[in-house]
Design a protein around this ligand. Sequence first.
Ligand code: ADP
Ligand code: MG
Length: 903
Amino acid sequence: MALTQPIGMSEPDQPAGDDARITPAMAQYIEIKAANPDCLLFYRMGDFYEMFFEDAEVASRALGIALTKRGKYMGRDVPLAGVPVVRADEYLHKLIALGHRVAVCEQLEDPAEAKKRGSKSVVRRDVVRLVTAGTLTEDTLLDARRNNYLLAIARARASDAEARFALAWIDISTGEFRITECDRASLSAEIARLEPGEVIVSDALYSDADLVPLWRSLPTLMPLTRDVFDGATAERRLTSFFSVATSEAFGALTRLEITAAAACITYVERTQIGARPPLSPPQREAASATMAIDQATRANLELMRTLSGERRGSLLEAIDRTVTAAGSRLLAQRLSAPLTDPAAIARRLDAVAFFADAAIRAETRSRLAAAPDLARALSRLAVGRGGPRDLAAIRDGLLAAADLTRALGALRNIPEEIAAALKSCTAPDGMLAAELSGALAAELPVYKRDGGFVRESYDAALDDTRALRDESRRVVAALQARYADDTGIRGLKIRHNNVLGYFVEVTAQHGDKLMGAPHSATFIHRQTLAGQVRFTSTELGELEAKIASAADRALGLELEIFERLTASVVAQGGEIKQCAEALAVLDVSSSLATLTAERDFVRPQVDGSVDFVIDGGRHPVVEQALARDGTPFVANACDLSPPKGEEAGRIWLVTGPNMAGKSTFLRQNALIAILAQMGSFVPARSARLGIVDRLFSRVGAADDLARGRSTFMVEMVETAAILNQAGARSLVILDEIGRGTATFDGLSIAWATVEHLHDVNKCRALFATHFHELTVLAARLSRLHNATVRVKEWQGDVVFLHEVVPGSADRSYGIQVAKLAGLPASVIERARLVLAKLEADDRAKPKGFEDLPLFAVAPTLPPKQKDDAVAAAIAALNPDEMSPREAMDALYALKAKLAGKRQ
Ligand code: ADP
Ligand code: MG
């Protein structure tokens, strides 16, 4: 039933009493708004969501929609802005992206019902849902390829140094629900891994001075009153949502984890208001199960997006060959949380290896491509926001899963992960897909309210009602023919519009005829327009009522069928989710196999050692970018394994001129470790890696400009974090640390950093630097290895070979690179002279630097003076007092002056 009425037509807009000056509708609005003070209120009035007062002003600015006025409140105009209901998603999207929360207030009854209670009564309304960034279910509001998490963070009351944090996160669009615990040091890395759409914390945590900087870096943070994070009631809130007796049903959770989980659940309940998303029971993740990668490292390695924020150019984009949205989400999840258990990694690698066979791969992927987003369709159906197409998505997903099981199940030597996935594919009751297939029509509307989605001959009662409705339409056609006959007006038509319903229409010249006897007994005048006159008749009125009621009844029956099918789907929710996850696993495994075949990747060997041997390694993103221009990528080896007789891994000190390929080499090794541990094959000839439990990557200040925080201070803070945290299993990538300050202190810091990594952290590390002075350290530090990226000098130019070899760069080739970059020849010449002088003196002694006019370089050419002479001549001219002839002469003189000086 459509609850639509033109604005203001259905409700009393006049003040209830002279003194109150508040209309009943306004009073209702104010009450609902007061209950949702921190949300913009979308207040349903007919076909629009209206916003009033400050909400209207905020929305009009944010959405660029018109701000108007409607009525008065306390003697002041009431600002009003509205968005059409049919386009609400679009506007919601914008508001959510800007960090707003929206309370959606619907009409809960037909305006006609309200009228029955008296002319002054207002349509019943209430908020049916809060739309917030972390609780979205609509495809139009979500990125299909990414999870959208709501994250609750709780802290245990302990001293600041040993505070524990519990994180619980839910993607209500897929039902995923997980919990973990961590300490203060890894809190931001955990948040960075999840990239939550919305974070909720208690008021106390929100205003904790230590955490404020972290909170500021989050896109959407919502402080909530203490009761949401109340430990005493947490157990009860969590268990009652899942209808279990005790939280032990979810495994051994700490009290803190239960608190965070309950906060998540309570927030979901508050925002969904009665609707119940199909959440899985919370699953605990041990923090040690995944490689810790902090935010700066993620950004710097461009895992999910580039430094400029785009997916294109990221590692994720370079490796994503998935064919389903769920597969793409799982791939992103795996990439952001590489594993640390060699056995678990091997299981994933086995699954990728299984799809090495091109035929099996092709078969699997064509079937997967037909599988829609089961998890998100299920969630929408469960919370009452589903449509006929969501039912079809469930049907098609289940059919594709059944197909896949048939196709792959017969194969032999199926690895564990694939076998488990195939088993989950058959978890849902096979009859469900059959039932949906039988019920749904071939063409489906988006909204159930549009009707017409139930297949013919599925339901006898529906068929009868539809026949009646269609039959009545034929009767209308017959009536038109009869009226035309009876009146002798050939052009008489029976038409329909939303205001009049069915009516008889004749051209103006025939109007009088129908209004006179004998026809006036049959035709009742309704409307006279410029060219036409419109009538109704008793018979037509009766027929119309019959048609309307048949159509209403047909839609009612369809909606009943919809609810029944939805209930069957939701009843199988757990199994459907299992099936959805299985499809995602098959997609990820087969897509990584596709990537392997396409880009010549190799299976890495991952074990519990601290070895790190890569032969013929390549940078997966740079390689693909170069391939587009047909440029080959130069593969390079890297070996950070402990030298004979030692336990700790090596540090490679990589020198070489700018543009040689140092940064690329450093990153490719980190990316290979990430790929290997997420369970992917890697771009190399061979790779054997001991588990990396923590990865750090930092770039010297000058390279970090893109992030707009390129201060030397930031560089040092981040370096400090690494030196304080890196352990025996860490992998550290330091790229030109110390560059952000003057030569000598930069060199000193780099020097001391290398020593600390070597003697204290004892981790595997790659250190790129342009300070050649550091290479002498290799003589003293047993696990330090000097490597350099080769270049060739050819006729005064530098040629980059991108080849990493043992040894150190003999010099920086800075001047050659500057020349390539197009610095004026005069500057290059002068730089060569200065360099020669510097090199002639003893570089190690600062004294040699003193007599060089380093910062007061004398200009080598006087072009400025020449131009000054011309400029002075021009300045001396006074155009207002010159005759045309004089002006012309002056112009020639100027040209001559310029030409003369140029020789
Ligand atoms: P550096 O850090 O030494 O200044 P980069 O690593 O930034 O140098 O590399 C500069 C450019 O050289 C890259 O953008 C890439 O195009 C090219 N390059 C780097 N490594 C290789 C390689 N191994 N093979 C081919 N081209 C490479
Ligand atoms: Mg570099």
